[in-house]
Design a protein around this ligand. Structure first.
Ligand code: ZN
Length: 140
C-alpha cells in the first residue's frame, strides 16, 4: 500500500480483519510487515510499520478535524488515557502512545486508516499492537 497524508475529514466505513494484531521484539525489527486484503477490489496489499519512523500522533486526527474524538472512541480506534498515563497523550493503546497512518490500496485507491501503538511495555519487551485497519473515505 502507498502511505499518504490526508487532511480532510474522513468517515469510517468498516474495520478490516487482520491476521495478527500483536508483534513483539524480533518481529518488530527492522519492521512489522503484514498483508491485508482490500475489501473494495480483492487485491492483497502489504503494510509495513517501521518502528519510530512510521506514523503520526493520533491526536493529529482530532486536532486537524480529520476524525473527532467521539468517533475515535466510538469505533474503538483508541482509548482515553487514565490520569497516570497522561504522559502518553490523551488517547492511547495498550499503555503505549497511539499512532496512525493513511494508506491507499495499490489497485483501486481505496483509503485505509491504520492505527497502532508501539513502545517498550517492560524493560526489554517491545511491542507493536495494531488497534485496527479501517476502510475510510474522505468527506467532500
Ligand atoms: Zn483495492
Amino acid at each position: 500500500m502507498r502511505e499518504l497524508d490526508i487532511n480532510n475529514t474522513i468517515e469510517i466505513i468498516d474495520k478490516v480483519l487482520l491476521p495478527k494484531s500483536n508483534y513483539e521484539n524480533k518481529e518488530i525489527f527492522p519492521f512489522v510487515k503484514f498483508n491485508s486484503y482490500c475489501k473494495t477490489c480483492n487485491q492483497i496489499n502489504t503494510i509495513i510499520i517501521r518502528p519510530f519512523e512510521t506514523g503520526h500522533a493520533l491526536s493529529n486526527l482530532f486536532v486537524k478535524n480529520i476524525l473527532s474524538k467521539e468517533l475515535i472512541l466510538k469505533h474503538g480506534v483508541a482509548k482515553k488515557a487514565a490520569k497516570w498515563q497522561s504522559h502518553l497523550g490523551e488517547l492511547i493503546l495498550f499503555n503505549v502512545p497511539a499512532l496512525y497512518t493513511f494508506n491507499k490500496c495499490g489497485n483501486c485507491n481505496q483509503l485505509f486508516l491504520l492505527v497502532f501503538g508501539i513502545g517498550e511495555v517492560q524493560p526489554g519487551r517491545m511491542v507493536c499492537q495494531i488497534s485496527g485497519l479501517w476502510r475510510v473515505k474522505e468527506k467532500k
